[in-house]
Design a protein around this ligand. Structure first.
Ligand SMILES: [Zn+2]
Length: 276
């Protein structure tokens, strides 16, 4: 049946005709017109296909997607398509992993480009001079560092998407660059004077201690604030974009390895692992 005839066919006939189409064909159909797009979106099988995919993943794909708010933000149609399409979004090469923060397939090579850099929520906010809450609408992935004893999760976001939020906020990429450059200059000079202040106070205290005047040594304060010398050296401002080693995150932590999925006729089939 040609499409123009299908358009005017009775609704039950339209259902029958599309019942035998698989996800790829349905997708093509959804690009034909807004009518077909709505029709395809309403197809209950997207949800069925999606649960078939999540039920057959070793790890908890569904948990990951639920916790990072992906399930609410994306239609089942988009999720199914992202899962069954095993090509890298950037270069088209084979890609078995899903970059959760973009909900995109990405190959190993493209994953190493700037586009897929991963930051903690706090670092990203500091880097682009945003409030953390301004990034809450992005996909946020809770990640627990296995090398650490603390089980507190780090909230991960995409560097590129955070930058996009900042570009929108400041008007343009140029405006953002100039805003950040002004902010960085001032942060750097504040930091430099704090650091100087700290060094001077510490060396005065050491001199006094060497002279044996422990009471005076105890009373040395920072020239800038008049406060006691803190234990820690002033912390480096986040806007200067230097992440401490402890906060550096491997971008692979934001990826989910998917099993090979095949579309056979109108069904989605999960390829079983060799161990089964
Ligand atoms: Zn690629």
């Amino acid at each position: 049946m040609s499409l123009s005839r299908l358009n005017t066919a009775p609704i039950e006939l339209q259902f029958m005709a599309t019942k035998h189409l698989g996800p790829y064909d349905l997708l093509s159909l959804s690009h034909v017109s807004t009518y077909w797009r709505a029709f395809v979106l309403s197809d209950k099988r997207w949800a069925e296909w999606f649960s078939k995919i999540t039920n057959n993943t070793d790890d908890s794909l569904e948990t990951v997607l639920t916790n990072s708010n992906v399930l609410d933000a994306f239609s089942k149609r988009t999720l199914v398509y992202t899962c069954i399409k095993d090509k890298c979004e950037v270069c088209g090469a084979e890609a078995s992993q899903l970059f959760i923060l973009h909900m995109e397939r990405v190959c190993d090579e493209c994953l190493e480009t700037d586009e897929f850099a991963v930051l903690s929520l706090g670092t990203a906010a500091a880097k682009y001079d945003l409030r953390e809450s301004e990034l809450y609408h992005l996909i946020i992935l809770d990640w627990v560092d296995p090398r650490r004893t603390s089980k507190r999760a780090t909230r991960l976001v995409s560097d590129a998407l955070a930058k996009q939020v900042a570009i929108t906020k400041f008007g343009s990429e140029e405006a953002l660059t100039s805003h950040l450059s002004t902010k960085r200059k001032s942060a750097l000079s504040t930091y430099a004077s704090k650091a100087d202040d700290y060094r001077r106070a510490v060396s005065t205290r050491e001199e006094l201690q060497a002279k044996g005047d422990s009471q005076a040594a105890e009373n040395v304060v920072l020239a800038g604030t008049g406060r006691k010398i803190p234990k820690a050296f002033p912390s480096y401002p986040g806007i200067l974009g230097m992440q401490s080693v402890g906060k550096r995150v491997n971008r692979r932590e934001a990826c989910f390895k998917l099993r090979k999925l095949l579309v056979v006729g109108s069904e989605v089939v999960v390829e079983k692992g060799e161990d089964e």
